[in-house]
Structure formats: C-alpha cells, structure tokens
Design a protein around this ligand. Structure first.
Ligand code: SF4
Length: 399
C-alpha cells in the first residue's frame, strides 16, 4: 500500500476527483510542457456531467492560464468515469496527447501508469496488518510509525492543524454558498443553537454536526480542506476528532495517533476498493469516511484492535448501496448534511463495537470487498452524474 502521505491531501474543494485531481493533472501538464501555449481538454463521463458544479473547468482554466484552453465534454462508457484528455499545442502544432484519470482523493494516473505508485506498506489487507500487529505486539499507530518512519508524526500534526483551521473557518462564516442552489451556511447556527435543558446526547449531536457542517461548507465554498478520504466526505473525520479533542481535553499527540489509525483503514479501502463516488457511489466516499472516523473514535476510546476493526466495519456496512446524487452537481445537497449524519453514525458504530466485537461475523476486509462489488454493480447514473436520485427529482420539481 502507498504511504498515508498520499492519502490526506490539503487543497481547495469542492471535489477531490473533480476539482483537486484536475488541478494536479493540469499542473503536471503545465510542468511537463512549459513551451506549450494552447490546450484542448476533453473531459469525460462524470467529469463532463458534473464538472460545472464541481468547478472542474474553472480549475483547469486557472491552472493553465494565461494560455488558451478549449474544452470538449464527452460520454464514453469504455473510459474511466473521471478521464481527462489533454491535447497540447505549441503554436499550431500538436506536440502531445496525454490521458489522465482522476481516481479519487485527488490522486491521478497518467496514461495508465502504475509505476509512479510507491509502496510503503508490505500488507494490503486489514487481516494481514492485524496479524502482524498482534505477532509483534504493536498498536495500529505503532505499526504506521514503523512502516512510515518517525517523521510521519510531523505530517500528521500538520494535517490535524489544517483540519482544525477548516473547522474554525467554517464556524466563523455565514451567508450563502456559491452556486445556483442558494444553500445557506448552517455551521455557526448549529454551534450556537443551544436549547434549554439540553441533554448530553443532544449536545453531542449538535456539536458534532456543527463541526461536520463547518468543514463541508468550507469545502463547498472552495475553501481549504483535507481529503479524508475525499473533499465531499471531508467533514466526517475532523468532526469526530474535534469533538473528542474538546470534550475530553485530549492532547494533539493523542489525536494524531487516531488520525494515523483512520488513514490505515482508508488506505486499505483505497487499495482494495475505491474511495471515488464516480466509481463506487457515496458509500465509497462518505461510507469510507464514516469507517475511518469510527476507527478513530474507537482508538481514542482506548479500544482493542478487534474492537477498532469492528467499529470500522459496522460504519461501512450500514452505508452499503449509498448512491451519489449531488443536486445540480454541487457538493452541497445531500453532501453537507450527509457528512454530519455519518459523523454521528461513526460514534454510534464505535459504541456498538465496544460492547459486541466478540460476537461479530463480518471482517473489515469482507465489507470492503462487498462495498466495491456493490459499487461496480450500481447503475452508472447513481455514481456522480447528477442525473438520478435526488438530483433527478429535484430537477423535475423545480423546472
Ligand atoms: S453524494 Fe457523496 S459521493 Fe457524491 S459528491 Fe456528495 S459526498 Fe461525494
């Protein structure tokens, strides 16, 4: 498996596959061909259908500026759902054509290259990681540190700082999010809307939701966020971590350990399935985020490795089949609210795992395989096309 350094990425939203991936792709092209002065960019499939709402065209244009960019959009079911074809010109001559896939979480693949992927972990399944940890008496965090090297802490501290900044920024901002849906930002309202005689349960729900809304609204506004594992699902993990951090006055060191554990589970999903909504539906994005957050919560609750695994498994299991249907292609409805619901669900999954892990029958690896196959079987229109589900019915009732 790859390093978790390639997993958590810091960048601007609203979409890791539709904004961040195309940004990195355009930057790569620009650096490879500094002499180019004109580009023809063809965006395919999901990118073509939801590119406008996800700011795909804008980010490509801005990155390749000041040169001319001509866009085409096409559907080709034989291509990866998020394919970009760059035709690169110097003066009037075509000097190269490069295909790039945006495979989720901001990752890109150039001309089907696999040699760029550097392996850091010898294990590719959670069961093999668990066996190694048990044999060697390691916690999951210690395992990550052994594989990545001690400097991984610095990386995790910086990721945690970015997450805290996203929450702070999201809780400060009010007003309307960009785009034609005119969605009102709600994070600050949720934070301050303490009701009379509020119970601990309601307060927990309100605060966790406020933090998830804060990050997701920052993402929707094109603000700076961390992919966890994607932009669209970036609110779930920080919400759970920040709630635990505040409530239990935890140290930053404790939080970065949980961040490492969460990344490990996300990395297994990326390795054996997908974290892209265009490939596997929202179960691959918010489902994965929920799984990571549940593992982090269980780790912060000092649970054993079996309990942590069970928490991550339960969190994914109950997102199976979840479709991706962002209205008008904006990562706003259902995405923002969905992040909050998944954050609460992650805590719930962790608490179930605390009591019941010894009687479980489903492993994390099995649920990842199930999620992937479910995603492959899902009708393509439910995978980030904005042509089905709520996106379809919303359009139907508002036109
Ligand atoms: S519905 Fe889920 S997968 Fe689709 S854009 Fe929103 S958060 Fe991402």
């Amino acid at each position: 498996m790859q390093s978790i350094r390639t997993f958590y990425k810091v960048g601007r939203g609203p979409s890791s596959s539709h904004t961040m991936g195309p940004y990195f792709a355009s930057l790569k092209i620009k650096n490879l061909y500094p002499e180019a002065n004109r580009y023809v960019v063809t965006v395919y499939n999901s990118l073509a259908l939801t590119g406008e709402g996800h700011l795909t065209y804008q980010v490509i244009q801005d990155t390749l500026a000041p040169h001319e960019v001509v866009f085409h959009s096409m559907i080709d079911v034989n291509k990866h759902p998020n394919t970009l074809m760059f035709e690169i010109y110097k003066d009037d001559s075509l000097i190269d054509t490069i295909n790039i896939k945006s495979i989720g979480g901001g990752e890109i693949l150039i001309n089907d290259a696999t040699n760029e992927i550097q392996t850091v972990y010898p294990h590719t399944t959670f069961s093999s990681i668990k066996a190694y940890c048990i044999t060697n008496g390691l916690s999951l965090y210690e395992y990550v540190k052994e594989m990545e090297g001690p400097e991984i802490d610095d990386f995790l501290y910086s990721i945690w700082n970015y997450m805290k900044e996203s929450i702070a920024s999201g809780l400060k901002h009010t007003g309307i999010l960009p785009g034609k849906l005119k969605v009102v930002r709600k994070a600050k309202e949720l934070l301050n809307k303490k009701i009379e005689d509020e119970t601990d349960d309601i307060m927990e729900n309100r605060l966790v939701s406020a933090y998830a809304f804060a990050v997701s609204e920052e993402n929707a506004a094109g603000g700076m966020i961390v992919t966890a594992p994607t932009c669209g699902a970036s609110g779930v993990l920080p919400a759970v971590l920040y709630y635990m951090y505040q409530k239990n006055r935890l140290s930053d060191k404790k939080i970065i350990k949980a961040l490492a554990v969460a990344a490990l589970f996300g990395n297994v999903i990326r390795q054996n399935a997908t974290i892209s909504g265009a490939v596997g539906g929202c179960q691959a994005e918010v489902g994965s985020a929920c799984s990571m957050a549940a593992a982090a919560h269980a780790s912060l609750s000092n649970m054993f490795i079996e309990q942590i695994e069970y928490a991550a498994e339960v969190a994914m299991e109950h997102h199976l089949g979840l479709t991706c249907d962002p209205i008008d292609g904006y990562v706003q409805i259902p995405c923002i609210e969905r992040n909050a619901v998944a954050a609460i669900r992650a805590i719930n999954a962790s608490r179930i795992a605390y009591f019941l892990s010894d009687s479980r029958k489903i492993s994390f690896d099995m649920i990842v395989e199930t999620m992937y196959q479910t995603g492959l079987d899902m009708h393509p229109k439910y995978k980030e096309t904005a042509e089905a589900g709520m996106a379809y019915f919303y359009k139907k009732t508002t036109q």
